[in-house]
Design a protein around this ligand. Structure first.
Ligand code: GRG
Length: 336
């Protein structure tokens, strides 16, 4: 059911133009930059306390969002880099906050933050590679930490991390690809473990990991592309699986996967962009999961990143595989 190349190219151009021609002023860049900065400074709030365990990823979301908005310089880069290094453990992994145990997700987030600031020189790449390799099981899967939970999210984190630090040889990439392929379902999607329900978030991790490890031949791009574009609901937003509510974060999980599969134009990008723009808080800034909900840094980042993937004017480009600004990915030579 592949479309003829000429029709595909024409549809892609038309879809990109729909968003690329929207007025840049519809995205409240100043308000969103102010929102992200305040979230990092207001350390007395209940939200700040309750998110301590995942701070490293929160910092990555906030900073990548700021970079895409062209406002990374508003942040205290030196202070952030110093804080990241306080979360490092001698075993090679990073914790989610100072004094927290290491985990492959926070190790990836820490590496991503240092990549954003071009401070990868601070990393002990061999120690990180040994830590990530220690989490791989004989079937090719990865645990998140020493406690043994297996999930395709951790496969993505491991592969992305090793690629960013230039240590792919530390892990068994072929087995990693085989394990992810074993998580593929009849509908073309992927779950957390073999037989797990297809979910857009897991699909990003599997398609992204397969892209990094050279295993995209395991994806049925037409079947999965169809499942992914079925995620668009009447309001224009995307859900993560059938019969669920739309949520701005799926603007990333779904769209990045479609982009990797070169099928971004299979959804109505104009309608999705308008849905994301309706989720902006016009008073305090930030983007929420759905219109009129409370904004947070997670949805702000994934909303901005989704708009960036669709070519919204004024935003820097984001890479769909690494979820980092294209200029950072180019600087690291990840596609060379
Ligand atoms: C570098 C971007 C990046 C990611 C690192 C951790 C990870 C790798 C990816 C997470 C992928 C994932 C599973 C995302 C989904 C998150 C989410 C919104 C889960 C909610 O699930 P439900 O079941 O929500 O509560 P629904 O929408 O199905 O009702």
């Amino acid at each position: 059911m592949s479309e003829a190349p000429a029709a595909t190219a024409a549809a892609a151009t038309a879809a990109a133009a729909a968003v690329g021609h929207m007025p840049a002023s519809e995205l409240s860049v100043d308000l969103h930059a102010g929102f992200v900065k305040r979230q990092s400074e207001d350390t007395d709030t209940i939200e700040y306390v309750l998110t301590e365990h995942l701070r490293m990823s929160g910092v990555y979301w906030g900073l990548t969002g700021m970079h895409l908005l062209g406002r990374l310089d508003d942040m205290d880069g030196d202070g952030i880099v110093a804080w990241v290094m306080t979360c490092w453990h001698g075993c090679g992994g990073f914790g989610g906050s100072e004094g927290h145990d290491p985990h492959v997700l926070y190790t990836l987030s820490a590496v991503q933050v240092l990549a954003l600031y071009n401070r990868m020189d601070l990393l002990d790449r061999d120690a990180i590679a040994r830590y990530v390799a220690s989490l791989q099981l004989p079937d090719g899967s990865f645990t998140g930490d020493e406690w043994g939970e297996v999930d395709t999210r951790f496969s993505y984190c491991a592969l992305s991390c090793c690629k960013l630090i230039g240590r792919m040889e530390a892990i068994n990439v072929e087995k990693a690809m085989e394990y992810i392929a074993s998580c593929k379902n009849f509908d073309g999607g992927f779950g957390c473990t073999p037989g797990g329900e297809s979910h857009a978030g897991q699909i990003f991790t599997c398609v992204g990991a397969l892209a990094i490890g050279g295993g995209l031949q395991h994806v049925d791009a037409d079947l999965l592309g169809w499942w992914l574009c079925e995620r668009q609901v009447k309001a224009g937003g995307l859900n993560g699986r059938p019969e669920k509510l739309p949520d701005v974060c799926y603007s990333w999980w779904v769209l990045s996967s479609l982009s990797i599969l070169k099928r971004l134009h299979w959804i109505d990008q104009g309608a999705l962009a308008r849905f994301i723009l309706r989720c902006q808080d016009p008073q305090k800034g930030g983007i929420s999961d759905r219109p009129n909900d409370e904004p947070d840094v997670y949805h702000t980042f994934f909303g901005v990143a989704g708009l960036s993937l669709m070519g919204f004017p004024g935003l820097k480009a984001v890479d769909p595989v690494y979820a980092l600004p294209t200029e950072v990915v180019q600087r690291l030579g990840l596609y060379e």
